[in-house]
Design a protein around this ligand. Structure first.
Ligand code: ADP
Ligand code: MG
Length: 162
């Protein structure tokens, strides 16, 4: 997940709470990282994090829930790759592979993005190892630890072992 418009920390915390409320049981959260924009670079730095969850939803229904949460948190799509209140992407869904117009899993760009790989490695080092990606040289700095994020998630009843 990523955000670079508005109160990005609060938006990411709200997004995790909403995922939990909409049928995705969150099992792990990463810390929150400050990352440089790539592609469209004339915009503010992002805050990024990754979460791991369990769900009975199928991947298409999960994408719909993610998009509902993006809208609920005020996302407006303007410039592709440009500033956004919240972006929620599905990186992996177990071992499932999907190639549809609206949904590609594993996420096709994850291997090119340090802002994805660094938080993914934090929450799922064994999955990260298996994927055999090397982390591109982009600026990614830890801003809030998993423990900080967990403290903020107590308001919606979530707690994690970091
Ligand atoms: P970005 O590529 O920056 O994430 P958007 O969030 O606007 O841009 O997503 C564009 C489209 O990407 C969505 O409408 C969605 O249908 C599609 N998409 C394809 N695969 C995925 C995925 N794994 N996770 C999220 N969106 C995906
Ligand atoms: Mg997206």
């Amino acid at each position: 997940m990523g955000s670079n418009v508005g109160d990005s920390l609060e938006t990411l915390v709200q997004a995790v709470c909403l995922l939990e409320r909409k049928g995705i049981h969150i099992c792990k959260v990463s810390g929150i990282y400050v990352t440089e924009p790539i592609g469209y670079v004339e915009q503010d730095d992002f805050l990024n994090m990754a979460v791991q969850g369990e769900t009975a939803l199928d991947p298409q229904a999960l994408l719909e829930r993610c998009q509902e949460i993006e809208s609920a948190l005020g996302r407006v799509r303007k410039i592709h790759g440009g500033p956004r209140t919240i972006d929620i992407d599905i990186l992996l869904f177990g071992q499932t592979r999907i190639r549809e117009d609206r949904l590609v899993i594993p996420h096709p760009k994850m291997g090119e993005r340090a802002f994805v790989l660094v938080p993914l490695r934090e929450i799922a080092p064994e999955i990260f190892e298996r994927l055999q990606f090397s982390i591109p040289p982009q600026r990614v700095g830890l801003k809030y630890s998993c423990a900080d994020v967990t403290m903020r998630l107590q308001s919606c009843g979530l707690s994690f072992l970091c």
